[in-house]
Write a protein that binds this ligand. Structure first.
Ligand code: SF4
Ligand code: SF4
Length: 344
């Protein structure tokens, strides 16, 4: 892999250079405690140290609300919005969110079942990763999602003089080559800084354990009373799924215009924590009770689907950090791991 160095004094210029590749979205502080990806207006507003954004970068590819296609009800025309998608840049993506996107790729870009809008957005996006310092909710190390060697164009690691950059794609190479005045060769001191930072980072993760048998732990604890106890505290708000980088459920509906000249099909995020999520024709609800919905999320993340890059959880900690009821995802999993087998 190619390494290069970006000095502190060139950082803002680098962000301006990225604008040539499309609209730049980057982490911004949006309140006292929270951060989110926002369009960059001023490089001074871009944050490089943050625990996690409220919404993961999935919102740029699998949008919270999107029009899938439009049909003319009189002229029988058909159009999709893919042609209007412009190239864009997401700056400052943490490794676990890059893994999250790779997991979504496996769903929305499955060969033969490609979701066109998602695929076009992925092709048009440039991803610039940045190293994170974990806080108390981050267990991406346990999920093998604290480091990536693919899924980005450039990846920045802090060093004393500025940033050590790993180059991860042909576009990344081109950015470096086309703007060589901004970059410098790395020295042994830079590599030592980088190694030192990584060492501190690894020591900052709050957990060190194996989740390799978690799917079996969940299976044998299907009737553990912890599900009822914790589900009682759950508000069913859906924060945990909306903010999760790998949650991907949605609902679709058709809407004609008032003149009945055209109609559009829309898609909107849905949450398995909502009562109506399991409601089907005939009034049957296959997850009628809150405990069913609550337990379902843990199984969906850890056992229902085949593990690819890792299970369908990258350990970002959002579901715990943003749960208004203070429910700890890993608190429940560790409790079950200690219980191991629960007999009825
Ligand atoms: S964020 Fe917390 S309260 Fe809201 S649905 Fe998820 S677990 Fe329940
Ligand atoms: S389940 Fe929770 S910790 Fe895991 S990826 Fe989703 S939000 Fe992050």
């Amino acid at each position: 892999m190619r390494y290069t160095k970006l000095r502190k004094e060139n950082f803002h210029e680098f962000l301006r250079v990225l604008e040539r590749y499309g609209k730049v979205y980057a982490p911004h502080r949006i309140s006292e405690k929270f951060y989110d990806f926002r369009e960059m207006r001023d490089p001074n507003d871009v944050v490089t140290e943050y625990p996690r954004t409220v919404m993961p970068p999935k919102k740029f590819f699998f949008e919270p609300l999107s029009e899938l296609f439009k049909v003319g009800l009189r002229d029988f025309s058909y159009s999709t919005p893919e042609e209007d998608i412009q190239p864009f840049v997401i700056f400052g993506v943490h490794a676990y969110d890059i893994k999250g996107l790779m997991i979504l790729d496996s769903v929305y870009m499955e060969p033969g079942l490609e979701e066109k809008q998602y695929a076009v957005r992925r092709q048009k996006a440039l991803i610039v990763g940045i190293s994170d310092m974990p806080d108390q909710y981050n267990f991406s190390n346990v999920r093998n999602a604290d480091w990536v060697d693919e899924g980005f164009d450039l990846f920045l690691h802090p060093i004393e003089e500025g940033w050590l950059i790993r180059v991860g794609s042909p576009t990344g190479h081109k950015i470096i080559d086309d703007n060589s005045q901004l970059f410098h060769g790395t020295t042994l001191k830079d590599i030592d800084d980088f190694k030192e930072h990584e060492k501190r980072r690894q020591l900052s993760f709050p957990m060190c354990m194996s989740l390799s048998d978690v799917r079996y732990v969940l299976e044998v604890n299907w009737n553990n009373p912890i599900w009822e106890e914790e589900a009682k505290r759950c508000l069913g708000c859906g924060n945990c799924t909306m903010t999760c980088p790998t949650c991907r459920c949605y609902e679709v509906w058709d809407e004609p215009d008032v003149e009945l000249s055209s109609a559009s099909r829309f898609r909107r995020w849905d949450s398995c924590q909502f009562h109506d999520h399991g409601l089907v024709a005939g009034g049957e609800n296959f997850r009628e009770h809150k405990v069913d919905r609550f337990r379902h999320r843990y199984n969906c993340k850890n056992s229902y689907v085949k593990a690819l890059h890792c299970d369908f959880c990258v350990g970002c900690g959002r579901c715990t950090a943003f749960c208004p009821a203070g429910i700890s995802y890993m608190g429940i999993i560790t409790h079950l791991m200690e219980a191991k087998v629960h007999e009825d």
